[in-house]
Design a protein around this ligand. Structure first.
Ligand code: Q0Z
Length: 310
C-alpha cells in the first residue's frame, strides 16, 4: 500500500475548559463536560467542545459543540416543561466564570440523582441489538423474532442500565432489578417519565425529519421527592438521532453527528489502529468542519432556529 501522509491538523484548540481556572470546586468531570459546585445548592454544568468516538476523547475539538449541545438541552427542557420540572436555574454563567463558559454553561439545582440510567428505545441498535441477538430480549423484555439492525420496535421500551464509572460501560437492568434497587413506586415513576419524555421527543423529532432511535435521560429528586429532569437532555451525545430519509432496517444507520469522524478514523488515511492503545490522530480540518455542520444541522432542524454562535 502507498504510504498515506497525515493531512495538516488544525492548530490545536485550547482545551476550552482548562484555559481559565474557574473560582469553583470541580465536583465531577465527564469525558466532555465538567460539573462545578457553586456552593449554594446549585451547580454549573459546562460542556466543552471535545468529542469522543470509539470510546476515546479526541485531541481535536469541534468549534461551538459545547454551546450547541447546551442550547439544545435548554430548548428541550423548555419543550418538555409541561411533562416534568427540570433542574435549570439559569442559562447564564455564574458570577466570576471564565469568559469561555459563555453559551456552554447551565446553572442547575443540585438534586439527589437516581442511581439508574433511564434509557428509552424506539428502534433497535447498538447494545439493545446485541442483547436481542443473544437472548431475544432487552432488559428482560421479550421481543418478536425477525428484528434486525435499525428495526423499529413494536413499541418504545424502557431499557434501564446501571450507572457505571467513567470509562466503564453501563449494564442493562431488568425492571425487577430497578424495582429492587430503588423501590417499586420510584421504578414505576421512572419508567413512566422516561417513556413520556421519549414519546414526546420522538414525535417532535419526527416532525422535523429525524428519528430518535434511543435516548438516555438522567432523573433527580428534589427535597420533597418530586422527579426532576436533569443533566443534558436529548442531545446527540445522549441520544441517537438518525435522518428519517434513507432509514432502512438491516444496516447500520449513519450517525447524525459523528459519521465523518468515525469514517475518517477507520479509514487508511488516519493511520489509526482502533485495536491498539495508541491515541487517535488529530482530525483533518475538513472532518472538523463537516462534523460541526452536522451539529449545526441537528440544532437547527430540531429547534427550527438558525444557529448563531454565542
Ligand atoms: C450530573 C455529570 C457533568 C460530569 C451529577 N442537577 C444535578 N444534581 C446533582 N448531580 C448532578 C446534576 Cl445534573 C449530576 N452528573 C453527570 C455531568 C460532568 C458528570 F457535566 N453527575
Amino acid at each position: 500500500m502507498v504510504a498515506v501522509t497525515q493531512p495538516a491538523a488544525p492548530s490545536a484548540a485550547p482545551d476550552d475548559l482548562d484555559d481559565a481556572a474557574p473560582p469553583y470546586p470541580l465536583l465531577s468531570r465527564g469525558k466532555v463536560r465538567s460539573l462545578y459546585d457553586l456552593g449554594d445548592g446549585t451547580l454549573a454544568m459546562v460542556a466543552s467542545d471535545r468529542i469522543s468516538a470509539y470510546d476515546v476523547v479526541l485531541d481535536t475539538t469541534i468549534p461551538d459543540k459545547g454551546a450547541m449541545l447546551t442550547q439544545l438541552s435548554l430548548w428541550w427542557f423548555d419543550q418538555l416543561a409541561d411533562l416534568a420540572p427540570n433542574h435549570v436555574v439559569s442559562a447564564l454563567p455564574p458570577p466570576g466564570a471564565p469568559a469561555s463558559w459563555a453559551g456552554r454553561t447551565m446553572v442547575v439545582r443540585r438534586l439527589d440523582m437516581v442511581g439508574v440510567e433511564c434509557v428509552a428505545r424506539g428502534w433497535l441498535t447498538a447494545g439493545g441489538l446485541a442483547s436481542y441477538r443473544e437472548t431475544g430480549s432487552i432488559c428482560g423484555i421479550e421481543l418478536p423474532p425477525g428484528l434486525t439492525e435499525a428495526s423499529r420496535l413494536p413499541e418504545p421500551l424502557f431499557t434501564p442500565t446501571t450507572k457505571a464509572a467513567v470509562g466503564d460501560h453501563d449494564e442493562p437492568m431488568t425492571y425487577g432489578e430497578v424495582a429492587r434497587l430503588v423501590g417499586p413506586e420510584l421504578a414505576a415513576s421512572l419508567r413512566e417519565l422516561t417513556l413520556a419524555v421519549y414519546s414526546r421527543a420522538a414525535e417532535t423529532a419526527a416532525q422535523r425529519g429525524i428519528l430518535l432511535a434511543d435516548t438516555k435521560i438522567e432523573i433527580g429528586r428534589d427535597t420533597d421527592g418530586t422527579l426532576v429532569l436533569a443533566d443534558e437532555l436529548l442531545t446527540p451525545d445522549s441520544s441517537r438521532f438518525w435522518p428519517a430519509d434513507g432509514w432502512a432496517p438491516g444496516r447500520v444507520q449513519p450517525s447524525f453527528d459523528k459519521q465523518y469522524v468515525r469514517n475518517w478514523l477507520t479509514s487508511p488515511a488516519s493511520g489509526w489502529d482502533r485495536g491498539s492503545d495508541a491515541p487517535p490522530p488529530p482530525l483533518p480540518e475538513e472532518v472538523v468542519a463537516r462534523t460541526r455542520d452536522r451539529y449545526v444541522q441537528a440544532y437547527e432542524r430540531l429547534t427550527g432556529s438558525a444557529w448563531t454562535a454565542r
